[in-house]
Design a protein around this ligand. Structure first.
Ligand SMILES: [Zn+2]
Length: 332
């Protein structure tokens, strides 16, 4: 088996079978989609995709194209990754009885309506993990206190509109959830958030009662105390500036990057919360210890620093999975 990072993660089993996960061009004999975030889904659908039913529903809604999917094939098992609705880690059988765990994006925390990934239930020899927040500076408060801080902030600011920014898939639903727990004020969502809400509602028992707004159509002219949930890439948009000017709305940003002051300035936020759908540093470490693999490959974010720490401080054999660099198990 070789492992390679090249437009997704490629696992090549001796004999030539290629399993490709999270690639834009799904060129594998078997293609896995761990979750429906745009940077993890294909551009053109392959014949069959291995993914969860929820990921299929959301990916179909977002890409506008239908595709065939199965949630397991011989030698590949999907398990919940706790990142967003439908997100899965993959357990892949390699040669000589060795087992690979590919996490995709993941979080081990239970959050709002989502259960975290359980590394204690994983039996694998090789762990391929994302390390977005793989530096010791990224340690986030306990989830319970984070969620109650968000609810308190919503309640404490009951006399003005609140604009909450988060990814359309993931943070946006958790923000709607927390807002609903905190208050009965009306929740307004942008069209892209509504689209993901609908896809999730069609594939699960969850529901996100919110009204869709169109910023260009005057839907936001008479705001008083509504809670808006808006994709984070809109935080500096002109219509947001005009809205804040007109209504005295507060802007809130939600991300693990919020532990850096620069996150607040970059987004022009009044307040930020380190609410994330990824593991913090301690949780990444807990994952490695729980699975206790004999080899770790890291991708994304602090991949080098985290692999280095695993080797020097914790005695694991670890390497960053650099793009286009093939990792043969033998030479590590
Ligand atoms: Zn993701």
């Amino acid at each position: 088996m070789t492992v390679r990072h090249h437009d997704g993660i490629h696992f090549e089993i001796e004999g030539g079978t290629r399993i490709v996960a999270d690639a834009r061009s799904a060129v594998g004999d078997t293609n896995i989609v761990s979750h429906a975030h745009a940077d993890h889904t294909f551009r053109t659908a392959p014949e069959t995709v291995v993914c969860s039913p929820e990921t299929a529903a959301i990916a179909e809604a977002r890409t506008g194209t239908g595709f065939e999917f199965v949630d397991s094939v011989p030698g590949i098992e999907l398990i919940p990754a706790g990142h967003v609705v439908g997100s899965s880690a993959a357990l892949i059988d390699g040669a000589n009885g060795r087992r690979y765990c590919y996490t995709g994006d993941f979080s081990i925390r239970d959050r709002c309506f989502l259960e975290g990934f359980d590394p204690h239930a994983v039996d694998a020899d090789v762990l391929v993990m994302e390390t977005t927040y793989g530096l010791p500076t990224y340690r986030f408060p306990p989830q319970e206190s984070l969620e109650s801080e968000v609810r308190d902030w919503i309640r404490d600011n009951g006399d003005r509109p609140l604009v909450c920014f988060g990814y359309s898939l993931g943070r946006a639903q958790k923000l709607q959830w927390l807002a609903r727990e905190a208050t009965e004020r009306e929740i307004l969502v942008s069209p892209s958030v509504r689209e993901v809400n609908r896809a999730i509602e069609s594939a699960t028992d969850l529901s996100f009662p919110a009204r869709e707004f169109d910023a260009e159509e005057g839907d936001l002219e008479n705001l008083t105390d509504e809670i808006l949930v808006v994709p984070s890439n809109q935080s500096r948009a002109d219509w947001i500036d005009r809205l804040v000017e007109r209504t005295d709305a507060l802007k809130a940003g939600f991300s693990g990057w919020a532990v850096d002051d620069s996150f607040r300035y970059r987004g022009g936020y009044d307040v930020t919360f380190p609410l994330t759908d990824h593991c913090d540093f301690d949780e990444l470490l807990e994952t490695v210890r729980a699975i206790d693999p004999d080899r770790v490959y890291t991708t994304h974010g602090s991949d080098e620093a985290f692999a280095d720490l695993l080797e020097t401080e914790y005695g694991y054999r670890a390497r960053p999975l650099k793009r286009d660099q093939t990792m043969l198990e033998e030479f590590c």
